[in-house]
Design a protein around this ligand. Structure first.
Ligand code: DC
Length: 231
């Protein structure tokens, strides 16, 4: 396994529920440190999108896993390519987020994606975000952060993100309600699945972002990382 024990490459694992801000915080922390960045959620989103295109049911563990093994996935700058096609926008919809959470329950799929995730661990270091970065994929990470916020705060953020992308109507009561409902369902599925559920690792630092700006959260991650590596 590629992790800090095996190759001395430092890993910062940032886990947390949907819309907790972990993607933004992880990306900014990686860029401040000059580290590589792994958006592990994008992998599950790509699988959800690719299987949907091929009419494979998201609850068919074997077919989903076999399909995933055939995919050629590349991250170039902030774009995501599947078999040489840019699908960065396609995988960011709410429907695909929901599908990602559904395919992510399959243990064989999670196992099939492990090597690819370990491959992101290259010098000078890695910031990885997801649900199981600190618990399963990089259990020896130098620093583990669990980033979270109240469900209502996360739903508001998701609503603002989707509005900025013209993916919701301006009728707040309708769309906010359905976003909140989707988040609750996604949280429940991600926390309660048998394989690599979303959970706070024993050695993770809990960071609640309801009243924390993005830059304060990034500073907190970097401060804790400095503390860890100076020991
Ligand atoms: O972080 P995200 O919203 O893009 O993730 C989409 C879904 O993928 C999430 O609801 C659960 C799944 N996922 C996972 O099971 N493990 C990860 N490490 C990352 C994401």
């Amino acid at each position: 396994m590629s992790n800090v024990i095996q190759n001395n490459i430092p890993v910062i694992a940032i886990d947390g529920p949907s819309a907790s801000g972990k993607g933004t915080v992880a990306q900014l922390a990686a860029s401040r440190l000059g580290f590589h960045y792994l958006d592990s959620g994008a992998l599950y989103r790509i699988v959800a999108w690719a299987t949907q295109q091929r009419n494979i049911a998201w609850d068919d563990a074997i077919a989903v896993t076999e399909c995933a093994k055939t995919l050629i996935i590349e991250f170039i700058n902030e774009q995501v390519f599947l078999n040489n096609t840019d699908i960065s926008n396609e995988i960011r919809t709410e429907a695909i987020g929901k599908g990602a959470s559904q395919v992510a329950v399959h243990a064989p799929l999670r196992a099939a994606l492990l090597d690819m995730q370990h491959g992101f661990c290259r010098a000078p270091g890695l910031v990885a975000d997801g649900r199981d970065m600190g618990t399963v994929v990089f259990p020896n990470a130098e620093l583990k952060i669990f980033l979270t916020a109240k469900t209502e705060t996360r739903a508001q953020r998701r609503y603002q993100q989707l509005l900025a992308k013209n993916q919701v109507s301006l009728d707040f009561s309708n769309t906010y309600g359905s976003i909140l409902q989707d988040l609750l369902e996604r949280d429940a599925r991600d926390k309660n699945r048998a394989s690599a559920p979303l959970t706070l690792a024993d050695d993770a630092i809990l960071l609640e972002t309801d009243n924390l700006s993005i830059s304060a959260a990034v500073d907190n991650v970097l401060y804790n990382f400095q503390q860890k590596i100076s020991k």
